[in-house]
Design a protein around this ligand. Sequence first.
Ligand code: MD3
Ligand code: FE
Length: 203
Amino acid sequence: RDRVLGPGALLLAGRARTQAPDLLALVAAIADAAPFRHMSTAGGRTMSVAMTNCGALGWISDSRGYRYTTRDPLTGAPWPAMPDAFSALAAHTAAEAGYPGFTPDACLINRYEPGTRLTLHQDRNERDFDQPIVSVSLGLPAVFLWGGPARADPVRRVPLEHGDVVVWGGPARLVHHGINPLPEGSHPLTGRARLNLTFRRAG
Ligand code: MD3
Ligand code: FE
């Protein structure tokens, strides 16, 4: 299933499958120090996706808007360090997609349960849009919504499965995207959940 999804977007199907148990154990350790939480938006809504971060910078949303911070606002501590296995996977897959030297300083970890969705948005809080974003899907499958540079552009539906890695760069970097409400289900490694890691060069 490895394929170019479109300009700038390369799917490496199942590329993280063999490492998935290790990655999930690392996520559990990160969540012990920086628990998953439902962040609020500037508009006063609560996000249905539960989030945490690791790395020098972490993405947050609160009543003041979206931004990256060096500390977890919940604990006041720096975000947990990015495990070597995380940065190595991101660097290797980015290099395969034509981005040598990708050194992520942020990893946003999203947790979906059945019914959780992520509405169409762009990722624009990073400093350099020439740097790609690498995403790793674990656990339950989801339908990824892939639009265009304008919010009203038509949306494609792309299934993302356990172990899939996608590198988003170049013309794919600023497209609108989201996740359909997660269907009911259970996965041997994650139970009733999908976890998504996104590796970013934020600063
Ligand atoms: C295309 N996460 O964390 S992963 C996000 O499954 C986010 O949790 C979704 O959108 C998830 O911001 C989608 C795929 C993805 C991630 C970031 C992108 C695609 C992207 C940034 C730019 C373009
Ligand atoms: Fe996004």
